[in-house]
Design a binder for this molecule. Structure first.
Ligand SMILES: [Mg+2]
Length: 459
């Protein structure tokens, strides 16, 4: 079973925590420089206030209805997010993955029967509400996409008390028949119109199409969504569609990382990966959160949980700016002493389109110059492989890299790994005296020991 835990109207809820008078008041949050509306409470949504609309156009309307207006307070939202995520991490340290600034997934495999999990998640939702002041909704199901469907029902209907579970075939069918296909994760508005043209209106209609049909219409990602809706678990969290935020995180191998330099390098690379994703979808971000934590299972080692949010004056997808801000955030949080960080990540959030940016009058960065440099770097990297030109702090050591103890050599892409044939040897091949590995695994280990850590596939 998977659970997705999603904060309800997150920014508005953060504002309410420290101002209870706002509890039934409609709230809107404005983007950087108070340009557009980027978040609304349910009451504001009910008034028909549009997402993304320019503030000055609706200012009178907001006043008329007594709507509370806030500039975005990224430090507050970042810290409230830290508190919620910390509780999720404590609930299920091994299965927790932060997905966005206000959502986290829990892989609850082996943690009990569906009914037990339902009870525990009901309590979790209550505990988070009590502990942080932020209301959350939990969606529980056998796949991540179905869990997300469940969470939407959980938000809509108060009767679920913050936790909705799809655990039977009957519930699955009922839920999908009531669920508009355009709201399914990974479908998107473009596909929605295409699907509507073919008479596919609900998620259920979608699942009734053949795999070949789905593949033709929406390629392999569509097929994955189609399978997930039928209860077949096949989507990685990394591959899930991102809208409001992008998160790149990883577990570090072995004991973990204890040196600032190593963690810095990892964080810099995660930030660079976020930049790549931002650019792919033609977007910029206004805020960034950097986190790293030690393993909770190692009670013999001191524990540390770093979490820092910084904001950008002007929305950006500039590599240097984002990487240097990430490193700065990490350095501010870094604690002296020996801590072994097992996991780290970068989330960029408050994302907007890159062609609709609100600039600042006193912006210290020369944006046009920076854009030209950025374009040149992208061009070089496009031709020669990504990360060819990189920010120095990204380094080459990759001590933080994915676990790859059993990695074979890079025979075709790295000169050092090219197979060598010793022509002068007079020993026949079948009597070769080189020590043979005792098992295939040992052999792979030997290969990885010879493997040069400086190699990088991109190069
Ligand atoms: Mg949310």
């Amino acid at each position: 079973m998977y659970a997705i835990v999603d904060c309800n109207n997150f920014y508005a809820s953060c504002e309410r925590v420290f101002n209870p008078a706002l509890h039934h008041t409609p709230i809107v949050i404005l983007s950087n420089n108070d340009g557009c509306i980027i978040a609304r409470s349910n009451e504001a949504k009910a008034l028909g206030i549009d997402m993304g609309g320019p503030f000055y156009q609706v200012k009178d309307l907001l006043e008329q209805h007594g709507v509370a207006v806030f500039s975005s307070n990224y430090n507050l939202y970042g810290d409230m997010s830290r508190r919620v995520m910390r509780m999720l991490y404590d609930f299920c340290p091994d299965g927790f993955t932060q997905y966005s600034i206000d959502e986290g997934f829990l892989n609850l495999e082996g943690m009990g029967s569906p009914e037990e999990l339902h009870q525990r998640c009901l309590k979790l939702a209550k505990d988070i509400g009590k502990g942080t002041g932020i209301p959350v909704t939990v969606g529980l199901a056998s796949t991540k996409t179905l869990a997300k469907v469940a969470s939407k029902f959980g938000k809509k209907h108060k009767g679920y008390q913050g936790c909705c579970m799809i655990d039977t075939e009957e519930k699955r069918q009922k839920a999908l028949k009531l669920f508009p296909v355009g709201d399914v994760w990974g479908v998107g508005w473009r596909n929605k119109d295409k699907l509507a043209y073919h008479g596919v209106k609900t998620a259920w209609d979608f699942t009734q199409k053949s795999e070949a049909w789905v593949r033709k219409m929406m390629h392999v990602t569509g097929v994955r969504t189609w399978k997930e809706l039928q209860g077949i678990d096949c989507v990685n969290i990394e591959e899930l569609p991102h809208k409001e935020s992008i998160c790149t995180s990883r577990s570090f191998q072995g004991e973990g990382l204890s040196e600032l330099e190593d963690v810095e390098e990892a964080i810099a690379n995660f930030a660079a990966s976020c930049v790549r994703k931002l650019k792919e979808q033609h977007t910029c971000c206004s805020a960034m959160t950097v986190f790293a934590h030690t393993s909770r299972f190692r009670t013999d080692l001191p524990a540390s949980y770093l979490y820092r949010t910084l904001s950008f004056q002007v929305p950006t997808n500039d590599l240097q700016e984002i990487v240097s801000t990430a490193v700065k955030a990490l350095r501010r949080e870094w604690k002296a002493g020996k801590y072994y960080y097992k996991k780290g990540g970068v989330i960029v959030w408050d994302i907007c389109r890159d062609d609709a940016i609100q600039t600042a009058l006193f912006d210290p960065i020369d944006r046009s110059k920076q854009a030209a440099l950025s374009k040149a770097i992208d061009e070089i990297n496009r031709k020669n492989g990504h990360n060819m030109v990189r920010v120095a702090v990204q380094g080459y050591s990759k001590s933080w890299h994915l676990k790859s103890e059993y990695l074979s050599k890079q025979y075709t892409t790295n000169l050092r790994d090219i197979i060598q044939v010793n022509a002068s040897s007079s020993v026949p091949a079948d009597k070769e005296s080189a020590p043979q590995p005792s098992s295939p695994v040992d052999g792979a280990k030997d290969a990885s020991r010879l493997h040069n850590p400086d190699c990088h596939p991109e190069g």
